[in-house]
Design a protein around this ligand. Structure first.
Ligand code: COI
Ligand code: CYT
Length: 587
């Protein structure tokens, strides 16, 4: 240890690696004997409104690194950047630094980069990196969290914001105001070190909002109490740091609070160990801190440059399945939680909300595809020629999800194709396809079930009838989509929620799933589902009922492990063709 202290970071940036490389081979046993541990500086907001958060993080980091030769130096960063910078100066050339809070990460990023000391940010949703490719962050960016919170907030017309006056609260308030504009009728920053919030509560009362967004950590319980005692019945909404034990002590005021929060695995052994050792319930602050410390140890031992080690990496641990992007930011699912019967639980409303939004999006996308066919009708009194080609090229330009657009005559032969690259399809006879048979009989728009298209893949076909100037049926115009079309809509609506969506026809055929290999299989007959009889039974129930709830056992998203899933399903109805839309989640 003392030996180590004489080495300056500036002289030898990656000390340990240097010694391994130079002397390790020559004299491994001496190296093993010396085996000096590295020092990790940890800057946490002890003397601030977030003392309990800092203590939770310290506990978790100690737990992660006990029985290792890493030396931990905890420093108080206080409530603001000045304290953080002073704490950084007190550290004597550490091998890495972990810091908590957005403002601390923003301040430490350029300083640690200049000193060439790896920097890990925890509890830091909003940071501004002056130095790129340096700071690794375990907190999901607020902009990502906002995209999820947004889906819930948009049901309210009159929003109020009550935020802690610091780099977390003020920046988050800006994000919401930027997205909701006029709908934000009042916004107040409060000093989190204080307990007198009478001015803020008065402003809330006067504004009479539908929802109050509390960008709070420790003070949310008191604020909720004051809000309710003032007779304000607005929905209370929060973000990740709001989940603190104090909220449950004031459950009579906080019941019904809805907030966004990571959906980490509640069964992970770390949680049980933390409870046992410290006699308290760990929150996301502890989970992030633990995962950061544990992986930092591994990164340091790898000899690789720390940022490089994390960048692009996928890890499985207490935070669940997480991936780091090229900026060094972690990504992992968030969900809605709520306080229900005095406990922090996954919010029940989210499953039907996401299912309904996905249903609406799929129907709206088909509707706009159909609309663009109708809009071009006047240019489609014939099936081929320059005008027709121009019209179907325009339709293609309007419909990014569509694979191709063709016209089909009354004999069921393809006459014109867009994009023109696929003109080899001209002359193909598709007269026996059920949707063609149907439109030739009804002269009405139709959506096919899944079928093998002449293009060579499972597809869906939206067919629209065409008539000549005298109103005689002359054939149809078709928009063809791949199942991936559903995937694109679904990815947009459930992005970053811990749910999966799949689709089934009433004949048991799986028409969309995150696992490509399942698309096109039949739930009743495919051997993929042998041994999952209760899933098959549920599938039969789904075929007969337009909507419902059930549960089943099947593999997880990676087809790795069998898990029990909760299921909510509904029906997408397109020109009379019905698809079951299923949302599943692991409880
Ligand atoms: C953040 O900055 O993202 C935090 O969670 C800070 C916390 C101390 C309130
Ligand atoms: N292909 C297409 N059926 C097909 O097989 N583009 C439309 C209809």
């Amino acid at each position: 240890m003392t030996f180590k202290a004489s080495l300056k970071a500036d002289d030898i940036p990656t000390k340990r690696r240097f010694y391994v490389q130079v002397y390790g081979d020559v004299c491994p046993s001496v190296f093993a004997l010396l085996s000096f541990g590295e020092t990790v500086g940890v800057i946490l907001p002890y003397s601030s409104a977030f003392t309990k958060i800092a203590e939770e993080q310290e506990n978790a980091i100690r737990l992660a690194l006990e029985n290792t030769d890493i030396k931990l130096v905890f420093e108080d960063g206080g409530p603001e950047t000045e304290g953080t910078i002073a704490a950084w100066k007190r550290l004597d050339s550490p091998d890495a630094v972990i810091s908590c809070a957005s403002w601390a990460a923003t301040a430490l990023n350029p300083l640690t980069a200049e000193a060439n000391v790896p920097h890990i940010a925890i509890g830091s949703a909003i940071i501004d990196r002056k130095a790129e490719e340096h700071t690794v962050r375990f907190t999901l960016d607020a902009k990502m969290e906002e995209r999820q919170l947004h889906k819930y907030l948009r049901r309210f017309d009159r929003l109020a914001i009550l935020n802690m006056d610091n780099g977390y609260g003020n920046n988050w308030a800006d994000v919401i105001e930027g997205k909701f504009g006029e709908k934000v009728i009042v916004s107040r920053a409060y000093d989190p070190m204080q307990d007198d919030f009478s001015k803020e509560i008065k402003a809330m009362k006067e504004a009479d909002p539908d929802a109050i967004i509390l960008l709070s950590a420790g003070k949310a319980a008191l604020l909720a109490e004051l809000i309710r005692k003032a007779g304000i019945d607005a929905q209370l909404v929060g973000t990740r740091p709001i989940e603190r034990p104090e909220l449950l002590e004031k459950a009579e005021y906080t019941e019904g609070l809805v907030y966004t929060y990571p959906s980490f695995d509640n069964e992970h052994p770390f949680l049980a160990e933390y409870r046992q050792r410290f006699g308290a319930e760990p929150t996301i602050f502890a989970v992030e801190a633990y995962e950061a410390a544990l992986t930092l140890k591994e990164a340091m031992a790898s000899g690789e440059e720390i940022f490089e080690w994390y960048s692009g990496r996928r890890l499985k641990g207490a935070l669940g399945d997480i991936t780091f992007d090229e900026k060094g930011d972690a990504h992992y699912p968030y969900m809605y939680k709520e306080i229900r019967k005095g406990a922090f639980v996954p919010a029940l409303f989210q499953y039907d909300m996401l299912l309904e939004e996905t249903r609406e999006q799929i129907e709206a996308t088909f509707h706009s595809m159909h609309q663009s066919l109708e809009d071009m009708e006047e240019h489609l009194h014939a099936l081929r020629g320059d005008d027709v080609q121009k019209a179907i090229d325009n339709i293609m330009a309007d419909n990014p999800y569509v694979y191709d657009c063709v016209t089909i005559d009354t004999d069921g032969k393809i006459c014109a194709v867009s994009p023109a690259d696929y003109s080899h399809l001209i002359g193909e006879d598709i007269s026996s396809q059920p949707q063609i048979v149907k439109i030739h009989k009804t002269h009405k728009p139709v959506v096919s079930e899944a079928f093998k298209a002449v293009e060579g893949f499972w597809a869906f076909d939206l067919e629209h009838p065409l008539f000549d100037g005298d109103g005689n049926f002359v054939g149809s115009v078709s928009l063809l989509t791949k199942p991936d079309f559903f995937g694109q809509v679904i990815d947009g609506t459930v992005a970053n929620f811990p749910v999966e969506i799949w689709m089934m026809q009433t004949d048991g055929r799986i028409i969309y799933d995150v696992n490509d290999e399942e698309i096109g299989l039949n739930l009743w007959t495919s051997e993929m589902y042998d041994g999952f009889e209760n899933l098959r039974e549920v599938g039969h129930r789904m075929a007969g009922e337009r909507q419902g709830r059930d549960n089943y056992t099947f593999y997880d998203k990676e087809l790795a492990q069998e898990v029990s899933k909760e299921l909510h399903w509904t029906t997408v109805s397109l020109q009379g063709t019905e698809f079951r839309l299923a949302l599943a989640y692991v409880k």
